[in-house]
Design a protein around this ligand. Structure first.
Ligand code: ADP
Ligand code: ZN
Length: 735
């Protein structure tokens, strides 16, 4: 059924509410109303009025199987375009795939309730028609106002007063004298149209070819996925902006997902340079007013391009023609709270339901996407060279067993020397360590006591500048005690291991003259700070950058020629399925920040295991071979992407309750050919925010869907009220 069709002669409709209920409720349609599928309606529920969406076909099960005559009627409809069929099917799809209540998914598509209300009309001023008996006095001030208003044009008071250099009182006086009169402001276009014909850079031959392939995919106006890969700095962004231009030419909307949109000032500059205007933005730091305007503009087809975080997938695009996921390998695309979903995978689904082209972009694609390209499900485009003749940096491993740092230091002599030389030449250097704060562990030298979080299975991280010990999981913070809380010895607590603050301290001692900048999520708390940091680096106001993983994200710093990785082994600890893959991706991205212009780049990896396949892959730069080895290791055991996983995380404030439910789930575990359950076992984070956690992992062959098995499994186990069982289909984290 088409969205525009009226539900003929329907006297009852199913309304999905944005609440975590198992299904929908039926309501009666008053005879005075014509109700279309997708319509936003207000309905009574218990003693409240709620806004929901007319859902057609109704989700199962029907929560309200009562006869027509006893149904409560819909109270009214809201003046917004109905939710499109493609978005409704997207909500259904995610709910089914993630085993979430459909209403919980719908809530993500209705995240801005204010956008559903009619916009409050704003008043302004317009020239009064000439005539009338009295001729009011025209002062020079008044004349300026008359000059500023074209006949018929309505202007808001403040800008008009400003343009005419008069006070608002002058306008009121003119209105009293009949020179101008109040009028409603016209509906304003809130987002300028990016101009697809705006001249972009001339593409190099291989870029042009890739761009043409993407343009063709967009122009086909049907679903298809392309994986766009290429070395860092090869111009992937320029190429996919070409696809955006094609989408604009087609008159359809484009969505670009970025993993750290709030830090993406450089990306926005490039968009502006390419299209002449800024795109609409969608992320958690956008003000509520802008969110409301953006949501409405998207629904009305007025925001041609949206750049956003994963939640932008739920915006009400009436005609989505292109979805781009930049840095598709990023784990930041996985939402771990509430409805647990992977935005990269859901972007593909959204594109399919909208008959849109989908482009996944990365210099270090996930094994999932590479495998899909290999089997032909995705088209593959590859840019082999850095743009403008820039070469990829030379990567070397610094063997910490052979050249250890001095006692109490973390930078080995060859790295110290390289940094000194680089900044001595007037170039920029970067030290990368994926750890915030000063030290990850605080220990009593006397009794060995370790400072732990009271709510989590985690050590407290020292943040020396703030004089705090902090838990990075729950936010618990306490000042460092003067004496050991265990043995009472004074001044016995000592910092163990480095965080970026400690590297900064070392750098300050080594290069006191160098201008240093720390880039971490707590030192660059928002878009403005990140933009300012990027500007300072570009304008060479910084010699040495010290950063956590946020420095890996797509930055283009032309004067940066040396990257030192303080602890290349860091991500390899722990038994995570993707630890090696992720470390290669992260370190290759960090390395890719070096040597992006004329001067060649150099990368030094400090490691205790130079023979590790991850270090070898980074040195050789042959990530393809590395990923093939990864695939060869995962394939026989049916590990993703050659098999499926779903995790159950059982949690409770009562340890015994968590254990009991986990054991019950273990006893009821499904089995059979190609189906296996691992656990229950205490989660690595066995205590998180005061809740005890146990994990079970369902593993199936690729041709076996996990959802029916999970549904059946969960239905067979009674879960007490205060125990939570979270389902994580396709888990990315295993903590
Ligand atoms: P990637 O996304 O592959 O890392 P980018 O698109 O960021 O690469 O390109 C790297 C740098 O090269 C950017 O500064 C970009 O503006 C520049 N660049 C890429 N292609 C061109 C081109 N055809 N003409 C001019 N500059 C380009
Ligand atoms: Zn904690």
């Amino acid at each position: 059924m088409k969205d525009t069709a009226i539900v003929a002669a329907r006297t009852r409709v199913s309304v999905l509410l944005p609440l975590p209920l198992a299904g929908a409720y039926d309501y009666a349609v008053p005879s005075s109303m014509t109700i279309r599928p997708g319509e936003f309606v207000s309905v009574p529920l218990n003693h409240r009025e709620l806004v929901g969406v007319v859902w057609d076909p109704p989700p199962t099960p029907d929560l309200n199987p009562i006869p027509d005559r006893r149904l409560r009627p819909i109270s009214g409809t809201l003046p917004v375009p109905p939710m499109t069929e493609s978005l409704r099917r997207f909500v259904d799809w995610i709910a089914a795939y993630t085993l979430s209540p459909p209403g919980a998914v719908l809530r993500m598509a209705m995240s801005v309730p204010a956008a559903l209300e009619p916009p409050t009309p704003q008043a302004g001023w317009v020239l009064a028609p000439p005539g009338g008996n009295s001729r009011p006095r025209i002062t020079p001030e008044r004349q300026r106002v008359l000059d500023a208003l074209r006949p018929g044009e309505v202007q808001a008071g403040a800008p008009l007063a400003e343009a005419a250099r008069v006070s608002l009182g002058v306008l009121r006086g003119m209105a009293e004298n009949g020179l101008i009169r109040p009028a409603l402001l016209p509906h304003r276009r809130r987002f300028a149209r990016p101009d697809p014909a705006h001249p972009g850079p001339a593409l190099a031959a291989d870029q042009r070819e890739a761009g043409a392939a993407l343009r063709a995919a967009v122009a086909a106006r049907r679903f298809g996925v392309t994986l766009l890969t290429g070395v860092t700095g090869s111009g992937k962004t320029e190429v996919y902006l070409d696809a955006v231009a094609e989408c604009l030419t087609q008159g359809r909307q484009a969505l670009v997902l970025l993993p750290e949109i709030a830090l993406s000032a450089q990306w926005l500059d490039r968009f502006r340079a390419r299209f002449g205007v800024a795109p609409a933005l969608w992320h958690s730091e956008v003000t509520s007013r802008t969110r409301r305007d953006t949501w409405r503009a998207v629904a009305e087809g007025e925001a041609p391009v949206v750049v956003g975080a994963r939640s932008a997938l739920f915006l009400p695009f009436p005609d989505l023609g292109l979805v781009i996921v930049d840095e598709e390998h990023e784990t930041a695309f996985k939402q771990e709270e509430g409805v647990v979903y992977h935005a990269r995978d859901m972007a593909v689904v959204r594109a399919r339901l909208s008959q849109a082209a989908c482009v996944l972009v990365s210099a270090t694609p996930s094994l999932e996407s590479l495998t899909n390209a290999e089997t032909g499900r995705y088209a593959l485009l590859h840019l082999p060279e850095r743009h403008g003749g820039a070469r990829l940096p030379a990567v070397e491993v610094l063997d910490l067993r052979r050249t250890p740092p001095e006692r109490g230091r973390f930078l080995a002599p060859p790295l110290v020397e390289a940094v000194g030389e680089t900044i001595g030449r007037g170039e920029q250097a970067m030290l990368f360590l994926n750890r915030r704060g000063y030290a990850p562990l605080t220990l009593c030298r006397h009794c060995g006591h370790r400072m732990r979080c009271p709510n989590c299975t985690a050590w407290l991280v020292e943040h020396r500048a703030k004089r705090l010990l902090q838990c990075h999981h729950c936010g618990h913070a306490e000042p460092p005690p003067a004496e050991c809380p265990e043995c009472g010895t004074a001044n016995s607590l000592t910092a163990v291991g480095p965080g970026v603050e400690r590297v900064l301290e070392e750098a300050t001692a080594l290069w006191p003259e160098a201008r240093r900048l720390v880039m971490a999520s707590d030192t660059l708390p928002g878009p403005a700070a990140a933009a300012e940091a990027a500007r300072a680096i570009q304008d060479r106001e910084v010699d040495l950058i010290i950063g956590t993983q946020i420095v890996a994200k797509g930055w283009h710093f032309p004067h940066l020629t040396l990257v030192g990785v303080v602890d290349a082994d860091l991500g390899l600890a722990g038994g995570d399925l993707r630890a090696a893959e992720r470390t290669v991706q992260l370190l290759h991205q960090v390395a890719g920040r070096a040597g992006r212009a004329e001067a060649p780049g150099r990368v030094l990896l400090q490691s205790f295991s130079p023979e590790h396949p991850v270090m070898r892959a980074l040195v050789s730069g042959d990530l393809e071979a590395f990923m093939q080895e990864e695939a060869a290791m995962r394939r026989p055991g049916h590990w993703p992407p050659f098999g499926r996983l779903a995790a159950l995380i059982v949690s409770s404030e009562e340890e015994r309750e968590a254990d009991r439910t986990a054991r019950d789930l273990g006893l009821a575990a499904p089995g059979g050919e190609g189906v296996q359950v691992l656990g229950p076992a205490p989660a690595p984070l066995a205590l998180l925010r005061g809740r005890h956690r146990r994990r079970l992992l369902l593993k199936t062959r690729r041709d076996i869907a996990v959802q029916p098995i999970l549904r059946d499994w969960l239905a067979r186990v009674a879960v007490p009220n205060h125990v939570r069982v979270q389902v994580d289909v396709d888990p990315v984290g295993f903590l």
